[in-house]
Design a protein around this ligand. Structure first.
Ligand code: EPU
Length: 341
């Protein structure tokens, strides 16, 4: 267990913001998580439960306690007694998520290949319901094990308990900062059913002369697509998509589609459409534009970047300027998907 005072979070947030927390606690096992929770005092509050810090914007020093799992690979397999094809991967919360994807693809366990190269850890996958290229973590999360902060008791949640929807879960609302996740169980399949319909996956495969990809080929293509558009946080601090894509009523979508023929959109159901915020931000002229030490990424307008030495406030100012312009031009509110602290 680590217990550090006045600790810099620079290496713990991909925006590369140099902010400190009053106390930093790291747990290396479920037992240590229980021990930490049971030892917390009133003076340790507020708490920030952190994973890889790849979806976090620190607006200043954190006057409270950061608690995080140790970052190490730990995956235990078990068979699914009900389905011959099914396999369970019980993953330590601090395991790098993409290491699980790489492992699963190598072992021939399928279902998560479209989520290749998403930054962050296993624990966060269950909080954020991470998603990309037509797949979401909720599609294969089976169970989440966590320590309840209020009691120090271990609890197990089913997928249904977590109330998943697009980039949302109960951990972001009613359960916010109330549970320390120690393990997530993913249910995968030995039968490979490729999801190729999102964006330019098929086009990329075709370019490479691949008709029916293997899971490894699909993973490689997803990695290639991501690398083309998404900035490497080692070079340009960022937290992936800064905003969520807004879901609007069909009526609003039709009004916009008439005004902007060819506007990209994803049908959610008979009444709702998702409009890519990145497209709207680009239409507002923000793509590639800086504001102080922060900027909108030149290849993907949904991503705000630290151009070097930006503070959390610099990023927030840019966030608000972008939101205001989108609201003005499209009369649509966009909201950050990044956790702002
Ligand atoms: N678009 C533009 N300009 C831009 C960016 C996008 O016109 O600058 C258009 C694209 O041409 C496309 C549409 O908007 O027609 C959607 O773009 P893209 O496929 O790049 O995805 P996105 O909606 O911007 C979402 C996720 C990403 C995920 C990709 C791929 C959210 C908030 N973001 O982005 O997730 O990788 O789809 O599935 O849902 C993340 O959450 O951090 C993240 C990177």
């Amino acid at each position: 267990m680590k217990d550090l005072k006045s600790y810099s979070l620079l290496r713990h947030n991909t925006f590369g913001i140099d902010a400190r927390c009053d106390r930093f606690l790291e747990y290396a096992s479920a037992e240590e998580a229980v021990e930490i929770v049971r030892g917390l005092k009133e003076t340790d509050q507020p708490l920030l439960l952190l994973g890889g810090g790849s979806n976090l914007l620190l607006t200043g020093d954190y006057h409270g306690t950061v608690i995080t799992p140790e970052n190490r690979f730990e995956v235990v397999e078990s068979e699914d007694a009900d389905e011959a094809d099914g396999i369970y991967l019980h993953c330590w919360a601090g395991t790098t998520f993409d290491d699980v994807v790489a492992y699963a693809v190598k072992q021939g366990y399928y279902g998560m290949e479209n989520l290749s190269l998403i930054p962050g850890q296993v624990g966060a996958s269950a909080i954020q319901n991470i998603g990309a290229y037509g797949a979401e973590a909720k599609d294969f999360i089976d169970e989440v094990r966590a320590v309840e902060i209020a009691t120090g008791n271990m609890v197990v949640f089913s997928n249904d308990d977590c109330e998943y929807s697009y980039r949302q879960s109960k951990f972001k609302h009613a359960w916010k900062d109330k549970f320390l996740i120690v393990q997530v169980t993913y249910k995968l399949s030995r039968a490979f059913v490729p999801k190729l319909d999102y964006g330019n996956i098929r086009m990329k495969l075709k370019e490479q002369g691949i008709g029916q990809p293997t899971a490894q080929q699909l993973r490689d293509v997803i990695i290639e697509i991501r690398r083309e558009k998404l900035p490497d946080p080692q070079i340009l601090g960022n937290a992936g998509s800064f905003f969520m894509n807004p879901i609007v009523f069909r009526e609003k979508y039709e009004q916009l589609a008439a005004e902007y023929p060819g506007m990209p959109h994803y049908t959610i159901d008979g009444e709702h459409e998702k409009i890519p915020a990145g497209w709207m931000i680009e239409q507002c002229g923000w793509k590639g534009r800086p504001l102080g030490k922060a900027g909108v990424h030149s290849k993907q307008a949904l991503i705000l970047v630290n151009l070097g030495g930006a503070t959390g406030t610099d990023i927030l100012n840019l966030c608000e300027a972008v939101r205001a312009d989108v609201k003005h031009k499209f009369d649509i509110e966009i909201y950050p998907e990044v956790n702002i602290r």
